[in-house]
Write a protein that binds this ligand. Structure first.
Ligand code: NAD
Length: 250
């Protein structure tokens, strides 16, 4: 980070799973963390947990698919802290009906609104401040489903995650020259509450073999700690029984 003073991170989907863990690792590294999500009680719990460990965090409840909510939250953070150094887009959903035969447009719209438009709204909301700072990092939590098409995640989720990858790469093409950088964190299966939306919820034994939220949280803090000159377009991670690797810009 270029600024020697405070570093402010905004984490969406920060009330649970990957976002909550990312917030905790960032706070442990000295970031002031603003966690956002729909459920205030879950956010408050994350904030309290961070405070208990000596970190600084606060909560702003919002729906990432509501552009007004998003803009208001960015304004609120900037009014209070004067800067946003890091945005982590971790808010995301999937729907239980995942085959082409079952797919309902209502579910499609919901997934696109949150997983894709929500990411775009947050990126746009921080852009003016980051450009002014001539420094800023964005981490978009995509997925292996953004790289590979398989049946399980279903067409809506798979399409949005492919699109988030494209959105991130196109951001870098335009904004790296302004000192900004974006990275997709693309994990394989992670044992988090999102698995409850699957048609068949994996067993505890199956979940134990998956990545854990803290594996992703630690990776988020690692990407955030990289020098501003370093742009990593994407990090694909998987448990060691699969092969994880870091992919640099092509
Ligand atoms: P999770 O369900 O614990 O986290 C998702 C969070 O997003 C929740 O806290 C939820 O409240 C929040 N959220 C949902 N809709 C929102 C909205 N409209 N506005 C604000 N917040 C909203 O699950 P997770 O696994 O931690 O998911 C985080 C991200 O990781 C998602 O983008 C998901 O697609 C991605 N991901 C998950 C896995 C996995 O296997 N768990 C794998 C790859 C990628």
């Amino acid at each position: 980070m270029t600024n020697s003073g405070k570093r402010v991170a905004w984490v969406t989907g920060g009330g649970s799973g990957i976002g909550a863990s990312g917030a905790e690792f960032l706070a442990a590294d000295g970031w002031i963390v603003v966690v956002s999500g729909r459920r205030k009680d879950a956010l408050d719990e994350v904030v309290a947990n961070i405070a208990k460990n000596g970190g600084k965090a606060e909560a702003i409840a919002l729906d990432v698919s509501n552009k007004e909510d998003v803009d208001k939250a960015a304004d609120q953070i900037l009014a209070k802290h004067g800067r946003i150094d890091l945005l982590v887009n971790s808010a995301g959903i999937n729907v239980p009906k995942r085959s082409w035969a079952d797919m309902e447009l209502e579910g499609w719209d919901k997934v696109v609104d949150i997983n894709l438009n929500g990411v775009l709204y947050c990126m746009r909301a921080v852009l003016p401040a980051m450009r002014k700072q001539k420094d800023g990092c964005i981490i978009n939590v995509a997925s292996w489903a953004g790289r590979h098409v398989s049946k399980m995640p279903g067409p809506a989720y798979t399409t949005t995650k492919h699109a988030v990858l494209a959105l991130t790469h196109s951001f870098n093409m335009d904004e790296c020259v302004n000192g900004l950088r974006a990275c997709c964190l693309s994990p394989g299966e992670v044992a988090t509450p999102i698995l409850k939306s699957r048609p068949v919820v994996p067993s505890e034994e199956e979940q134990a073999k998956m990545l854990q939220p803290e594996d992703c949280g630690r990776t988020i803090a690692f990407v955030a700690s990289l020098p501003p000159r370093v742009c990593v377009n994407e990090i694909l991670i998987s448990p060691t029984h699969n092969r994880g690797f870091i992919q640099t810009p092509a």
